[in-house]
Each structure stands twice: as structure tokens, then as C-alpha cells.
Design a protein around this ligand. Structure first.
Ligand SMILES: [Fe+2]
Ligand SMILES: [Fe+2]
Length: 321
């Protein structure tokens, strides 16, 4: 059977498009930081975030058939930095999900990304993880926080990295919301532990998790750690390009840098633990539009044998902007 994997669409609907592609720069109060951020965006990350939207339309025109279509999070642009609680971001996510549902119907499996829920921006302190976004994403947009599909010897499992990484992202959460998020995390980890402890010894897992920062937290759970040998591959998104995955591996183990702001502390803490990603056999599904520097966007097709006679075969289909 065939799986189609894509990630980080970051679609902008009419209201987000009307805000323009400079929204992130406008949120940075410090001129020097703004200059550096602009250079980073211009040469490396994505010159104009709105360029990702025509890429999604180009993808929809591809004649693709698959038994399961797994979209690994970050559906909208999130120009309000609070996820889908921002009506403009909700509109973007809704249009994106409706287009996917129209093309793929009930073969669609969705994974929650950090931008559905909101997060503090990289270069300024605006934004937060919003409980309202959680409600809207899981109830109105019907993105499940956890799912599992059994296909012969394979178990496909989707988890929510933002809940798992909560202890590392406490700066993104408003003080009054901490307890509620913590409760959601406890329930979520319980679901994942149960799924792993009920694996048959001959079953293999394909794990779908938006942000790899979640992996060391999963490895800390005994029930999951004991069955890590059964994970054939973990498909991540979030990093947008294999270049960033490579950089993360290169910098794995680096010390945590404190005193340069919460975002730098958060990022270096994630890199500090990146060595622990190895047993999950990580494969990055790049952003559909890739990054500016490499124009390396696209999607994966994966061929899965339900009898498990061979490992899943992944083939990348490049879709340059
Ligand atoms: Fe993303
Ligand atoms: Fe992300």
C-alpha cells in the first residue's frame, strides 16, 4: 500500500494574505534584531512566507493516489502567533484542510503542529500557546491529538509534539493556562504509553510527530523506551529542510545557552538533547515549499508491505517553487 506524506504547508487564506509577508519583521521591536532576522529570512529561511501558498495549489494539481495521506502539521501561516484562535489563521487552516479533504477524502490523517496552537516568535516575545486554539484545532478543525491505524504488521501512529514538549515550552504558555495544558499532556502521554505497551512483539511502528524536540521526552517513558526497537521510522516535520536536520545532528549535545532570550534557550535545549533522536530513526518530511536557500520542497511517497517482508520504501518527490 502507498502512503503520501507531506508537512508544513503554512497556507495563507485571504485574511492572512492581506496582512502581507512582513508580519514577523513588524513584530520585532529591536532594529538590530530586525535586521539580522530579515537577513536570515531573506537568504536562508523564506523570503516571503506568502510564497508557500501557491506551492500548495501546485501540489493539489499533482495527480497523486495513496491509501493514506498523512499531513505532519503546520497547516496555516500563523501570522497572529496564537494559532487558530486568531480568526485569520483559523480561516487559513480551514481552507487548507477543506482542500485536502476534497482531494483525499477519508484517507486523510492529520497531525497537530505547533503553529495550530500558537507559539512565541523566534525573534520577538509575541505570541503564546493558546487553549482556545487547542479547542478550535481539535474540535472545530477535527485534528486529532492522537491516532493509530493498524495495517497488517504495521502500526501507524500520530502524536502531538506540542503537548509532549510542554516542559521545554513553558515560556510559551500563559501562567493561568499551565494547569490545563499539564492535564492535557498527562492524558496524551497516557494514550501513547498504552499504545506502545499493547504492541505485539512482531508489530512495527511508523511514528508521525511534528517536532523532534518531543522525542527525548517520549524516550523518557519506560513503556515507550522498551519498545523503541519496534519503531521502524519516525517521520518529523517542523525543521522544513534536511539542511536543518543535518545542522541539528551536527550541533547535537551543544550546551544550553541561557541569557540570550527564551527562544534561544529553548532551541539550544532541544539541540542539547538531539542525540536522543537516534533510536527513533528520524526522517524529515520537508516543508512543502522547502527553504529559500535550497528550494528543496516536496513530498514523500512511501510503499508499505502490510506483511512486513521489507522495510517501508520512501521516495521523495521534489516540487520546486
Ligand atoms: Fe513549520
Ligand atoms: Fe512547526
Amino acid at each position: 500500500m502507498n502512503l503520501l506524506l507531506l508537512s508544513d504547508i503554512h497556507y495563507a487564506g485571504p485574511a492572512e494574505t492581506a496582512r502581507g509577508g512582513d508580519y514577523e519583521m513588524e513584530a520585532i521591536p529591536n532594529a538590530r534584531t530586525r535586521f539580522l532576522a530579515r537577513a536570515y529570512r531573506h537568504w536562508f529561511w523564506m523570503r516571503n512566507p506568502l510564497d508557500r501558498t501557491p506551492q500548495f495549489h501546485a501540489f493539489l494539481r499533482q495527480p497523486i493516489e495513496a491509501d493514506h495521506v498523512i499531513v505532519n502539521g503546520d497547516f496555516a501561516m500563523d501570522s497572529g502567533f496564537i494559532g487558530v484562535a486568531d480568526p485569520a489563521c483559523l480561516e487559513s487552516a480551514r481552507i487548507c484542510l477543506e482542500a485536502l479533504a476534497q482531494k483525499f477524502g477519508d484517507r486523510l490523517r492529520l497531525v497537530l503542529g505547533d503553529h495550530e496552537l500558537g507559539k512565541r516568535t523566534l525573534f520577538s516575545n509575541r505570541g503564546n500557546m493558546s487553549l482556545e486554539s487547542w479547542k478550535l484545532a481539535t474540535e472545530r478543525l477535527r485534528i486529532p491529538s492522537f491516532w493509530q491505524i493498524n495495517e497488517g504488521r504495521y502500526v501507524l501512529m500520530g502524536v502531538t509534539s506540542s503537548l509532549i514538549t510542554l516542559p521545554a515550552h513553558s515560556a510559551d504558555v500563559l501562567p493561568d493556562d499551565q494547569m490545563e495544558w499539564q492535564k492535557l499532556r498527562v492524558n496524551h502521554l497516557d494514550q501513547i504509553r498504552k499504545a506502545f505497551s499493547s504492541l505485539e512483539p512482531d508489530q512495527r511502528v511508523l511514528l508521525f510527530c511534528h517536532d523532534p524536540t518531543a522525542l527525548p521526552f517520549l524516550a523518557a517513558e519506560k513503556e515507550i523506551r522498551d519498545r523503541l526497537g519496534q519503531v521502524e521510522q519516525t517521520v518529523i516535520g517542523h525543521l522544513h529542510s534536511d539542511l536543518i536536520l543535518w545542522k541539528s545532528r551536527f550541533l547535537a549535545g551543544m550546551p544550553v545557552l541561557r541569557g540570550l532570550g527564551p527562544s534561544v534557550a529553548k532551541m539550544t535545549a532541544a539541540l542539547h538533547q538531539a542525540r536522543e533522536w537516534a533510536p527513533f530513526k528520524v526522517r524529515l518530511c520537508p516543508a512543502l515549499a522547502g527553504i529559500e536557500l535550497l528550494n528543496d520542497g516536496g513530498y514523500f511517497m512511501a510503499n508499505l508491505d502490510p506483511l512486513g517482508r521489507w522495510p517501508v520504501r520512501f521516495e521523495f518527490y521534489s516540487l520546486p517553487r
